[in-house]
Design a binder for this molecule. Structure first.
Ligand code: ARG
Length: 398
């Protein structure tokens, strides 16, 4: 029998897929469950996969590589899709594809399988990332093929004694990892409906947040956050700590009507407390240590980089080329940012760096001012020369 590696969440769809792949394609299934900050009980998931009929169930804690090789490079790029979505899911998929490919090679599997439907971005990301890393592997996406409704999937599960979680299932479709959580479906599908409180799981509603603000100091080294209030922390722990604090203050709720790669507009509710705080802080530090031209150019790269990540092109040459630029741009992005968390808001209230380009003696209006104002008229004379010439000859404003 040929072997397939199936990305396994422990949910109904991927459990049914274990059985369905064996029936339909006569495959031995090895499941792979990747923890990128989302999996509660790895042992239970592993056991469930074996019970449902997988020949082997592998679980990997990939939080560290997720943070170091995907989240932090994206943070250095200020990656936010359409200026709003910090790309949590989009950054997780390439890593999952990579681990699936590694596992397939190790286990002698020729097929990669995943539970994505045919309407979303995730199928594109997993298929294209797999193709970039191992074009010889075949990808099968059962839920894209089987044409079963929700009810039929559940009936299929019952027929084969596949356990269905008894907990009242959420009315939303959820995906989460340590960089963010997304909710879709149900009442959220009408973009006029305010998201009900039960769409949020991580963040407190502003009415229930503390009446006293919290201040946090985030230390960066070359664009990578390395400390919190002066204490050095590894990436995973640092994100977790900021997450807890920011979520308590209701920070990081995002309501986005976004443009999917497959042409659909979809209404997404995100919670990304740590991402929002870190992205804002990183931007503020860059604002202090980079020239205006560097900042303007880097903003353009951020848009391009975000689109590539969103559209499944993480392992493309262009994304790698842009990543090299981004890394180089971070040489002096070292320093500390102070943020205030209060009633659903995150505000940068201070920044400092040994490489700060902010020059007090140039900016001040006090007696220490060294800016030579007598140089300004000459500068303005040349700056305005084309406008003056055009106004004289073409009378554009007459
Ligand atoms: N819209 C977001 C994205 O495309 C979130 C997708 C969440 N995925 C999921 N299978 N529920 O990245």
């Amino acid at each position: 029998m040929d072997k397939a590696v199936l990305a396994y969440s422990g949910g109904v769809d991927t459990s049914v897929a274990i059985r369905w792949l064996r029936e339909k394609y006569n495959l031995d299934i090895i499941t792979l469950t990747v923890d990128i900050g989302n999996v509660a009980n790895m042992e239970a998931i592993k056991q469930k996969a074996l019970n449902v009929g997988a020949i082997k169930a592998i679980v990997i804690d990939a939080r560290k590589p997720f943070v170091n090789s995907f989240v932090f490079p994206a943070l250095q790029a200020n990656a936010m899709y359409e200026g709003q979505y910090p790309l949590a899911t989009a950054l997780g998929r390439p890593l999952i594809a990579q681990l699936m490919v590694d596992t397939a090679k190790k286990e002698g599997a020729t097929i990669i399988a995943h539970g994505c439907t045919g309407k979303g971005n995730d199928q594109v990301r997993l298929d294209v990332c797999t193709a970039a890393l191992a074009p010889e592997l075949k990808v099968i996406a059962p839920a894209r093929e089987w044409g079963m409704t929700r009810e039929q999937t559940i009936a299929y599960a019952q027929k084969y004694n596949i356990p269905i979680p008894i907990t009242a299932s959420s009315p939303y479709s959820i995906d989460e990892n340590l960089w963010g959580r997304s909710a879709e479906c149900g009442v959220l599908e009408n973009p006029w409906n305010e998201p009900p409180e039960d769409a949020f799981e991580w963040t407190k509603p502003p009415a229930e947040t503390p009446d006293k603000a919290d201040y946090v100091e985030i230390g960066f080294d070359k664009g990578i956050p390395i400390s919190l209030n002066g204490k050095k922390l590894d990436g995973v722990a640092l994100i977790q700590k900021i997450h807890d604090l920011a979520a308590m203050h209701g920070v990081g709720r995002i309501d986005h009507v976004e443009n999917r790669l497959v042409g659909i507009k979809s209404r997404e509710i995100y919670e990304a407390p740590a991402a929002v705080v870190l992205l804002q802080s990183h931007l503020a530090l860059e604002g202090l240590v980079m020239t205006k031209d560097q900042l303007r150019f880097k903003d353009k790269v951020a848009v391009e980089y975000s689109d590539l990540a969103y559209n499944g092109l993480w392992f493309s040459s262009l994304r790698q080329d842009l990543a090299a630029y981004v890394e180089s741009s971070q040489r002096y992005v070292t320093g500390t940012v102070r943020v205030k968390l209060y009633k659903g808001t995150c505000q940068v209230v201070g920044r400092k760096s040994p490489y700060s380009l902010y020059d007090f003696s140039l900016a001040t209006y006090d007696k220490d001012d060294v800016f030579d104002q007598s140089a300004s008229p000459g500068f303005i004379h040349l700056w305005g020369l084309p406008v003056r010439t055009q106004a004289r000859i073409q009378q554009i404003n007459k």
